[in-house]
Design a protein around this ligand. Structure first.
Ligand code: NAP
Length: 310
């Protein structure tokens, strides 16, 4: 346990700004546990922050180097709070740091991983799973609602479809033709966005879960019925979507995913019960994190991609 290999940025820029660094293993404070990370999730926010965009970059700009990684699954190194050495845990790591062999995690950000759930499955959940769950709750999705999920094949979208179905909603999801079978297998009616405009394919939507934002998110407002609800998840374009929705008499809200261990417990329990599936498209070794960022910023990955620590 003498060294801690991490992938870090020292300046904002392209994927190649991610460089391996050797640091010492950090020391947790009284409210933290030292975690030996097994897998970290890779999320679009990691690439946006690395590039210097959005609230994430604003927050860290004066404290570089920064180690990305808001999702981490691994093992408790030594007893801390209610956790014992060897406990398998997953957490939403607010400051980042998942792209490294060891990190100090706040005790209240960690959830135990049930026996029937792998580190890989758990590492998919903190950002993507919590975002899907919190977006559906914010939109107050009810049984019988017609819900449209934009980007249904992505990390958040493929989980949102399943959680929406579990609430008894009728779920529609946009994707490319390469992903229609995948999205249908999760229980949604797949809408190929290249086939026809979405509003020509579906109308009278009660709830729009907008995981695209920008032009795509704004165009999808035409599918929503009067009095419908919209949660627009990409933060950078949220003000624009909220304004455009208001002009149409539709209530739209932005959101920022929050750590929530109870909700994480619910999600890992759902995986163990096989009522929730997480799709892992690719696992890269930490040393290939640059390629993982090339993939995630393409905006075309299916399900989740992960980094495996050495
Ligand atoms: N506010 C928050 O707290 C928060 C939290 C999490 C995520 N986010 C944001 O939410 C967004 C989604 O995150 P994510 O992790 O799900 O992203 P992701 O995994 O990178 O999404 C990739 C998916 O987007 C689909 N896609 C690309 N263009 C599309 C289009 N025009 N129409 C429909 N689908 C399209 C692709 O499917 P095809 O290949 O089939 O096109 C691909 O499967 C990102 O902007 C992310 O930064 C915000």
């Amino acid at each position: 346990m003498s060294q801690n290999l991490q992938l870090a940025i020292t300046a904002f820029g392209g994927p190649e700004t991610l460089k391996l660094q050797h640091t010492s293993v950090p020391t947790p404070n009284d409210n933290q546990a030292l975690v030996k990370v097994a897998f970290a999730g890779v999320n679009p926010i990691d690439a946006k922050t690395r590039a210097g965009l959005g609230w994430g970059a604003e927050k860290i700009k004066d404290s570089l180097p920064w180690v990305p990684g808001f999702d981490a699954a691994g093992t408790i190194v030594s007893d801390a709070g209610a956790f014992k050495a060897g406990d398998r845990v997953v957490g939403r790591i607010v400051e980042g740091g998942g792209y490294g062999q060891y990190l100090c995690a706040d005790l209240d950000a960690l959830s135990r991983i049930p026996d029937g759930v792998s580190f890989e499955q758990a590492a998919c959940l903190p950002v993507a799973g919590l975002t899907a769950l919190q977006a559906l709750e914010l939109a107050d999705v009810q049984a019988g609602d017609r819900v449209l999920v934009l980007a249904g094949a992505g990390g958040v979208g493929h989980i949102a479809i399943q959680l929406g179905k579990a609430k008894g909603a009728e779920v529609f999801a946009s994707c490319s033709s390469a992903n229609t079978d995948f999205v249908s297998s999760l229980g949604a009616t797949a809408l190929d966005y290249r086939d026809q405009a979405l509003d020509a394919q579906v109308q009278d939507i009660d709830v729009l879960i907008d995981l695209m934002g920008g032009d795509v998110g704004e165009a999808a407002l035409a599918c929503v019925k009067a009095g419908g609800r919209v949660v627009t998840v990409p933060t950078i374009t949220a003000p624009r979507i909220i304004d455009a929705a208001k002009e149409k008499g539709i209530e739209a809200q932005g959101m920022l995913v929050k750590p929530n261990t109870q909700q994480l417990d619910m999600l890992t329990a759902a995986i163990e019960a096989k009522s929730l599936l997480v799709e892992i498209t690719k696992i890269y070794p930490l040393e290939q994190g640059v390629q993982a960022h090339v993939d995630i910023q393409s905006g075309r990955t299916r399900g989740k991609i992960l980094l495996e620590m050495p």
